[in-house]
Design a protein around this ligand. Structure first.
Ligand SMILES: Cc1cc2nc3c(=O)[nH]c(=O)nc-3n(C[C@H](O)[C@H](O)[C@H](O)COP(=O)(O)O)c2cc1C
Ligand SMILES: CC(C)CC(=O)C(=O)O
Length: 373
């Protein structure tokens, strides 16, 4: 595979204190100044004409919040029960590849910031830091960042089992199996930029073969099927979350196969272009699952009001992908902490204004949908 051509070196001179963060959008603008344009395109881009990528954010415009008033309640309580644990808020960090392209400290900085908040970081199989080192980064603190591990099941079952064992040994508390990628989405920006491989000095550390030390390429496996989910179910005692469910029939199958949660996601518009925005796919999946397992969502979450909408439509928690990469590139660990704090503050304020004390108070009747733009 050709390596990436020499690029503009992003500015990494000592950062002046960036000050408070008022808008999530500011992070993307700041990140743009710091990132190699090829890497920025890799982070920002989607598949095909990027219809789904755009829809993930704009679809929220068609929903309106119908608030309740005079409900009192004082301080908001954002705590969320998920897979046997209590998270401080219903926001997770979705798995994204290659954090060291955003910032030299990469996934370690992300993990520390997530630790400060105590929520879940889903570490990508395509992490540029080995899962063990990510786990060590949060170990010394008694704050409880929860690591989940995202897996692209590999056709080599022995290797897949060894990766799962590594994740278990590192203390990961759930396995997030990505099922929307039987083949890599066609991403025109990366093709144009010739971004087909990591630059020298970086690799997918979780793909290192335990016996040979050689780093394997991640295979997107078009043979992946429910039998492999059963195999995984029998291979690990970790809860299994299926990531990339959009069709309600697949959500029902997930329940039937003993999966512990589903994550409604279109991979941030990076796989099959033309699929619905995640928020539009959510209600049918929630109805199909019927409360038997938790339903999560990612894609286009940029505001506390987006989180509120997703929770009211039945998600137990949401994930954020790109905003974390912008935060990391713009401000490092501090930026990711600020981002998570901002989302928490925005959600708490939106809940207060909508008359909800706890996430469970957010109900379907509080959302009007198909509002014309
Ligand atoms: C740069 C980038 C890399 C990603 N890498 C992975 C990955 O390694 N595994 C995975 O399951 N999803 C991956 N995703 C998808 C995210 O987990 C998530 O579904 C998506 O980013 C959510 O949408 P958002 O970016 O609008 O928040 C990636 C997304 C981006 C933008
Ligand atoms: C490089 C890939 C393995 C990561 C991914 O899933 C993505 O870019 O969307």
């Amino acid at each position: 595979m050709p390596s990436v051509p020499a690029q503009v070196t992003p500015s990494r001179t000592a950062m002046a204190d960036p000050g408070p963060l008022h808008r999530l959008d500011d992070l993307e603008a700041e990140a743009r100044l710091r990132l190699d344009p090829v890497h920025r395109d890799f982070f920002a881009g989607g598949a095909g004409d990027e219809r789904t990528l755009r829809a993930n954010e704009t679809a929220f415009d068609a929903y309106r919040i119908l608030p309740r008033v005079l409900r009192g309640g004082g301080e908001r309580d954002l705590r969320t029960e998920l897979l046997g644990e209590t998270l401080p808020m219903p926001v997770l960090v979705s798995p994204t590849a290659f954090h060291r392209l955003a910032h030299p400290e990469g996934e370690v900085a992300t993990a520390r910031a997530v630790g400060a908040v105590g929520t879940v970081l889903v570490v990508s199989m395509a992490s540029t830091t080995p899962i063990e080192a990510v786990a060590e980064a949060i170990e010394p603190s008694d704050r409880s960042a929860r690591l989940w591990f995202q897996l692209y099941p590999q056709p080599d079952l022995g290797f897949t089992a060894s990766v799962v064992s590594r994740a278990e040994a590192a203390g990961c508390r759930a396995l997030v199996v990505t099922v929307d990628s039987p083949v890599f989405g066609r991403r025109d920006r990366d093709l144009r930029n010739g971004f087909l491989d990591l630059p020298p000095g970086y690799c997918c550390e979780n793909m290192r073969d335990p016996e040979t030390g050689r780093v394997r390429d991640i295979v997107m496996d078009a043979t992946l099927d429910w039998a492999r989910i059963e195999w995984l179910r029998a291979t690990t005692r970790l809860p299994i979350v299926l990531k990339g469910i959009l069709h309600p029939a697949d959500a029902r199958l997930a329940v039937a196969h003993g999966v512990d949660a589903v994550l409604v996601s279109n991979h941030g518009g990076r796989q099959l272009d033309g699929v619905p925005a995640s928020i539009d796919a959510l209600p049918a999946v929630v109805a199909a699952v019927g409360g038997r397992i938790p339903v999560l969502l990612d894609g286009g979450i940029r505001r506390g009001t987006d989180i509120l909408t997703a929770l009211a439509l039945g998600a137990v928690a949401v994930g954020v992908g790109r905003p974390v990469l912008w935060a990391l590139a713009a401000r490092g660990e501090r930026g990711v902490s600020q981002l998570l704090d901002l989302l928490r503050a925005e959600l708490a304020r939106a809940m207060t204004l909508a008359g909800a004390v706890r996430p469970a108070d957010l109900t379907r009747e509080m959302i009007l949908d198909r509002v014309p733009g």
